[in-house]
Design a protein around this ligand. Sequence first.
Ligand code: ATR
Length: 283
Amino acid sequence: MSLQFQLIGYPIQHSLSPWIHERFLSKANLQGTYEINEIDPQHSFEEKIMEMKNNKELNGFNVTVPYKQKIIPYLDSLDKNAKTLGAVNTVLNKDGKWIGYNTDSIGYVRALETKYPELTKERKSKHVLILGAGGAARGIYCGLDFAGYVNIDIANRTTEKAREIAELRSELTNTDILTLKEAENNLLKYDIIIQTTSVGMKPNTENTIIHLKSIKKDVIVSDIVYQPIKTKFLKEAENLGARIHYGHTMLLYQALYAFEIWTGLSVDINNMDEELQQVLEGR
Ligand code: ATR
């Protein structure tokens, strides 16, 4: 039996997902394909989705921008996390029923905690700062909350958007909303600082969302931007003695979680982290 997976989104010709999933398939000794199914926003989304529904061989697919919300009406059910987030990036075809998941959020937390495993025992004591309040911030905020982090502040240029995200918190979680300036002046409070916006991404590699001045010894500074791998923000953090966490690992772990949902199997990431770094550096 050969498995069939796809990615829908636009534009996705340069997506790294086929590279990642083909490796997972081979590591798991499974026969299968992972294909790009680019859906031009000029064309009928519904028509394309109906074509996919008619393909009984399709075991599952990933969904990326701009369809993470648009796919929801076509699903038979949603897992809890995807429902809270109102965004789906993974769909499982289970006996003809389409089930929606969001693996971005839990994938991020798995990536972070794989790099820094001690965090799993310290979730309640760590003070986290999220910079930005877009879709990625929303996913990471819910992922952390879901995993058991209880002190998660959000700083954003538009504080109203940060406030909206904080409304998703569970009962035990405390969240302060800050301006970017306030965050910059209070960095010493934080054990984990996560940059979730596109600021610093190629070609604007000289930009940083805030300047890292006084930071805690041993703070973990994470940036979801992975082009370049080491953003200016991460370089500043490293120069100040922080431990850093690269954005491309989120890509691997959200994919791994999707693969587990589809196949019921897990694989070892092993050196895929370094391999992916090389692929990205070659671009
Ligand atoms: P995504 O879904 O990829 O997270 P998004 O929804 O467009 O992207 O969100 C982008 C985030 O980056 C927002 O928090 C945005 O701030 P605003 O909410 O104030 O718009 C933030 N952002 C983008 N460019 C920025 C910049 N130059 N300085 C500060 N924040 C920026």
